[in-house]
Design a protein around this ligand. Structure first.
Ligand SMILES: NC(=O)c1ccc[n+]([C@@H]2O[C@H](COP(=O)([O-])OP(=O)(O)OC[C@H]3O[C@@H](n4cnc5c(N)ncnc54)[C@H](OP(=O)(O)O)[C@@H]3O)[C@@H](O)[C@H]2O)c1
Length: 296
């Protein structure tokens, strides 16, 4: 079996990747924590900070994987505005380290990226559309992409958006936060002027699996099929979980006064994922039906 290294394997996507790849590859995983969050899954875990150049390149040369999937990232979009240096180290400089490691063992690098590389003025976006990132997180993710694109190694970039799912020891994501707030009877204010595709983490892991299995190169957009506003998504979640939709009030993004700008009119054109990866990308209803089986 071929070997694969998954960085950020304790994160939301990382956990789903470990599950998806474990039967077909010899899996190695690394993350910041001392222990793996999936102790019952058979894969080799090593605590590694990917910004530590020597440690990560040594691990890659030692294990010599055929593929490296970089799902580690600094993902706090507003926090990135104040922790600029750390964000850049993780999302840009660490990608250089991975490219160096991959070059040494001729590994294929799959970099995970985001719709935030676009400014959200004219979505939905095709893979070939020109990025124009706005906040610091967004700029760092595009800079990470550019390092990969400019390298001479085999690479793929998988962009996704509004990722949700359930896993071990994870921070709340939009969907789990909304369900838990509505269950407590809390009033929530949700923006109706940010549109995009929600993505179930397992479906993204499947998309990445197909990229790897087919040794695909280039950029791929992978997400759920429907383009909805966050408010519409919230109503669908409330309906699926039989929660009170009257607790949800629509507001505008500007009302939140967040530190980082958001792409408002976003969304992905998914033809390439459907044709080249043969993905059946689910509707919001289908994703929520699947999610309800794991998150009651
Ligand atoms: N979540 C979304 O809505 C979304 C949307 C679009 C794209 N993405 C992209 O999808 C990818 C996966 O996101 P996710 O939601 O699964 O993120 P996540 O749950 O935050 O997982 C990222 C993992 O990487 C770890 N990490 C951070 N810095 C590291 C470092 N220096 N060395 C090694 N590991 C490090 C994190 O540890 P700590 O938790 O301790 O920091 C965490 O375990 C990222 O590239 C993200 O940019 C996410």
């Amino acid at each position: 079996m071929e070997k694969i290294l998954i960085t950020g394997c304790n994160g939301l996507l990382g956990q789903k990747l470990v599950h998806r790849f474990q039967n077909d590859f010899v899996v190695y995983g690394c993350d910041l924590q001392n222990e793996k969050y999936l102790p019952d899954v058979d894969f080799t875990y090593q605590p590694i900070d990917i910004t530590k150049r020597h440690e990560i390149t040594h691990f890659i040369t030692q294990t010599a994987p055929a593929f490296v999937i970089n799902s580690a990232a600094f993902t706090d979009v507003d926090g990135a505005e104040t922790q600029r240096e750390l964000c850049w180290k993780v999302n840009v400089e660490a990608v250089e380290n991975l490219v160096t490691g991959c070059r040494k063992v001729q590994a294929h690098l799959v970099q995970i990226s985001t719709d935030y590389v676009f400014d959200g003025t004219k979505g939905p976006y095709h893979e070939a559309d020109v990025p124009n990132p706005q906040g610091h997180y967004a700029k760092s993710k595009l800079a990470g992409e550019n390092i990969v694109v400019g390298s001479s190694i085999n690479w793929a970039i998988v962009r996704t958006m509004v990722l949700f799912g359930y896993g071990v020891n994870l921070r709340p994501n939009f969907v789990t936060w909304l369900i838990s707030s509505l269950r407590k009877g809390k009033q929530v204010r949700i923006v109706d002027d940010q549109v995009g595709n929600a993505t179930l983490a397992e479906d993204l892991a499947e998309g990445i699996f197909q990229v790897v299995r087919r040794k695909k190169t280039g950029i791929f957009h992978v997400s759920g099929a429907d383009i909805l506003s966050r408010y519409q998504l919230s109503l669908a979640i409330a309906a699926a979980y039989h929660l009170d939709k009257n607790l949800i009030t629509p507001i505008k993004t500007a009302d939140l006064k967040q530190k980082a700008p958001r792409p408002l009119n976003s969304g992905f054109i998914l033809d390439k994922a459907r044709t080249e990866l043969e993905l059946k990308l689910p509707s919001v209803q289908e994703m929520l039906t699947t999610f309800k089986r794991q998150y009651e």
